[in-house]
Design a protein around this ligand. Sequence first.
Ligand code: SF4
Length: 347
Amino acid sequence: MHPLLQKSLSFERLTPEEALLLLKEAEWTEVAQAANAVRHAKLPGKRVGYTVYRIINYTNVCSVNCSFCSFARKAGERGTYVLSLEQIRSKAEDAKKLGADQIFLQGGVNEELPIEYYTDILRMLTQELGMSVRGFSPVELVRIADAHKLTLVELLNILKAAGLSSVPGAGAEILSDRIRKILSPRKLSSLEWRNTLAVCQKNGLPGSANIVIGTQENPEDIIAHLDLVRGLQDETGGVKSFVAWTFQPQTHDFPIRHVTPMEYLKLLGLSRLYLDNIRHIEVSVLGMGKAVGELGLVSGADDINSIVLEENVLESQGIRGIAEAENFIRGAGFTPYRRDLNFTCDL
Ligand code: SF4
């Protein structure tokens, strides 16, 4: 076994330089094996989590223009939409019938919508329908606050009072400014993304973090990303889980490359080892499929991410129902448990 993996097995924190060496040099099977051992030491037993929510992309109007995104439209373009309160209610009620109790609200960055649009939706979802809501990526929050001349904390207080209980670490992709300049120069910088989430988490809105690989990132970019997330978690404790995703083909002018199962599983394992302060590591069955999903559960992951009931951004190869999720987890040799987006079962 690579000597640096022994350090992780002794629960000593890896430095960025050490993680970089592991990413470049270690065999994926060794990383996966060490990550599996650490997962079981930290979370003994065979429990594997899943959750059920519906994503509601409330608008596709977006002023940011990320190169990989086929979902967004500029204001005034053909094909733009903004969902009404009633349309969102109907989607949420459909999700409830299918067993979802949570909504993930995410839009483009649409600076034209009044604050009441958001608060009415949040009140309807939480107070009328009794659902919990995770919503708004860091860039949405920053731009909404700017458009309404509010500080971020003022905006968060308004959204929390209306029912928001969690903010996702969405829009992270690769938290390296070298890559962000290529993919999404008009999105938040790495530091802005981190600092925005830190404010959310310190103000009672925990969330998640992710990484998306499969473009022009290099090992240094990946370690910079993991280090930024670990530092955020050291500061806030508000990152409830971490998931590794891969870019999916969306636009013609965005180069993606094939991520092999071995590369994915090595990163998943390294995430378990490097992010020693994040309790839950999720394997993306949605992005990587069931076979890699099963391997992920013996490579450091203790969760299969989510059953997705609607996702406009990504074509699904995931799991579409509660029974299917539980069968999949049992079939992989584990015991399923259902959790919510904030892992309140851990409290
Ligand atoms: S990824 Fe998000 S922020 Fe970027 S263009 Fe698409 S909707 Fe806008």
